[in-house]
Write a protein that binds this ligand. Structure first.
Ligand code: PEP
Length: 254
């Protein structure tokens, strides 16, 4: 039985007081009504400068902390970068890797993502590894090929045992921040493919254990139907995670 993971990716939004207030509202609501919000695991991924502040808020609660990125080296002269051990030190359990904004705006390749994934796993973090096609690729019928290539490129060298710590996020690029959501059927088709790829690359037990989140304009009003699909094990949420009631609405939908 896979516990769904609802992770809020706050991206480059909010300032300290807002970040703390948002985390406090989420933690308070979950503590007050675990029957409504406690069926899924919740994680918050604030901007890195606020990780410590949000860590203080989620400490002792069921809410996990995640980072939005990290570097693949352990330490050294890498100005502006953060290591896996720093993220662990500040209380992170998760790190989002290979988000389409990093792939498309910042030029990260599958090889870059792969280096980070291996380093995150070695450092005791659970990577949330994002894959997903652009609209052009979907319209050209290339979705399955793109997802296959990103899966094998980003997860090269990850053992079956390590794979248990990995979360995959299927995020069609055309659905991120656009208000266009994949239909539950479109999403489920890709999730089922990813489950088959996991079985092909690893084994049935691993394929059944790994959580595959959906991401792309998930909102309280579409969450329940998406999350009821057999192979959708949670959501990676951008815009709607910036408002406590919306994030909680999605959590309730799980
Ligand atoms: C995301 O950035 O991962 C995302 C899914 O964003 P949004 O929910 O805003 O589409």
């Amino acid at each position: 039985m896979r516990t769904p993971l609802i992770a809020g990716n706050w991206k480059m939004n909010l300032h300290r007081a807002e970040a703390v207030a948002l985390a406090e509202a989420v933690v308070k609501a979950i503590k007050a009504d675990s029957g409504k919000y406690g069926k899924a695991e919740a994680a918050l991924c604030p901007p890195s400068v606020y990780l410590d502040a949000v860590a203080q808020v989620v400490k002792g609660s069921s809410v996990a902390l995640g980072a939005q990125n990290m570097y693949h080296e352990a330490n050294g002269a890498f100005t502006g970068e953060l290591s896996a051990s720093m993220l662990r030190d500040v209380g992170c359990k998760y790190v989002v890797l290979g988000h389409s904004e990093r792939r498309h705006i910042l030029g990260e390749s599958n090889q870059d993502v792969n280096r980070k994934v291996l380093t995150a796993l070695k450092g005791g973090l659970s990577p949330i590894v994002c894959v997903g096609e652009t609209l052009q690729q979907r319209e050209a019928g290339q979705t399955a090929d793109v997802v296959w290539e990103q899966f094998f490129g980003s997860l090269a060298g990850v053992s079956a045992e390590q794979m248990q710590q990995v979360v995959i996020a299927y995020e069609p690029v055309w659905a991120i921040g656009t208000g266009k959501t994949a239909t539950p059927q479109q999403a489920e088709e890709v999730h089922a493919d990813l489950r088959k790829i996991l079985e092909f690359r690893y084994n049935t037990a691993t394929a059944q254990a790994v959580r595959i989140q959906y991401g792309g304009s998930v909102k309280p009003d579409n969450a329940a139907e998406l999350l009821s699909q057999k192979n959708i094990d949670g959501a990676l949420v951008g815009g709607a995670s910036l408002k406590a009631e919306q994030f909680l609405g999605i959590l309730a939908g799980a």
